[in-house]
Design a protein around this ligand. Sequence first.
Ligand SMILES: *Cc1c(COP(=O)(O)O)cnc(C)c1O
Length: 419
Amino acid sequence: MVSKELPFTQEKIKEIIAEHPTPFHLYDKKGILENARKLKEAFRIVNGFREYFAVKALPNPYIMNILKKEGFGVDCSSLAELILAERTGIVGENIMFSSNDTPAEEFMKAKELGAIINLDDISHIEYLEEVAGLPELVCCRYNPGSLKKGNAIIGNPEEAKYGFTREQLFEGYRVMKDKGVKRFGLHTMVASNELDPGYFVETSRILFELVADLSRELDIRFDFVNLGGGIGIPYRPEQEAVPYEKIAEGVRDAYEANITSNGLHPLNVYLECGRVITGPYGYLVTTVRHLKHIYKDYVGTDASMANLMRPGMYGAYHHITVPGKENEEPTHLYDVTGSLCENNDKFAIDRLLPEISRGDILVIHDTGAHGHAMGFNYNGKLRSAEILLNEDGSFRQIRRAETVEDYFATLDFQGLDEI
Ligand SMILES: *Cc1c(COP(=O)(O)O)cnc(C)c1O
């Protein structure tokens, strides 16, 4: 049985629980920092490399601030995320704004902040001009259609709602050049949770070739290409992390073959990953509330899909460790559940674990991205707190748990007698 290590002891968990009742998400700052530095180090060989952290994965100002200090930008996709960046002190071209079906106020806010605006459709050129005016720098999102295979989560590019076709890119950049836009970027994102480094190298090659074609035909200059996010993480203990060096070396070679050797002006290379930046460094900590034995054996926890959607929504695997029982044989087959009135509210199905008792703590791994952020209030469930574990073992609550008052904040009981 392969296992996954925890970066904290059972004593530390108990210490945190004494102050903050379960469930909560715990984020390992040391792990986040080491990984951020590893990524930067690997990509030093790539011209003008920068990572724009996809805020939607873990929209918390403390986390964003940690990454800001490492020199990362942020990738935002909504008004709230833009304001989150602004209030964290991240503005200007440190923000990539990659939205779709975008409302006017979001373009206005992005323009006001001086963010890099990444357009999702050719019709948005005119729309952006109308509602906010065209900035000096504009990026377009490319949908390669049948040129590239997508993967399971995002699906085939031809079926995906995102981006411009190749023909629309030529038309769109031409129109923007005529309207006085000076600097250009090119973006694509066609995969999610992809573990094959070759996939990202291939994406970069497609973008560099396209930059060469666009630059030549339209006589414009590209500031950057943005390879999108989508680098996967090893959710399963037998999987391995994507070697950043493999991607970086392949991207550098593709750059040399298409940009340098064509005599094109140097351009920067960006990523906008979320999952791989914080995913492995988050843990949902939950307490076993009940054990139930019917046709199967169930472990009922004090967390639910409101805290972590991925298993229920995608059937995603999240490893579970029982602190204090790491060395016990996994002899019991359980479904690990939450308390929603939905039968897919399960963190694991048919999972072999050591024998579980009421009051045991379970640690659900890899919840640092698309975990808390996807939470919802169905069934009147409340979203949990988020705790940051510092390098020195101290910890700090970086988001409080929702209260019943939060749940009721949008309801109105005053008018009940009037109807
Ligand atoms: C979701 C998303 C990302 C981040 O994806 P990860 O899988 O978390 O790396 C980046 N860019 C865009 C446009 C996205 O929609």
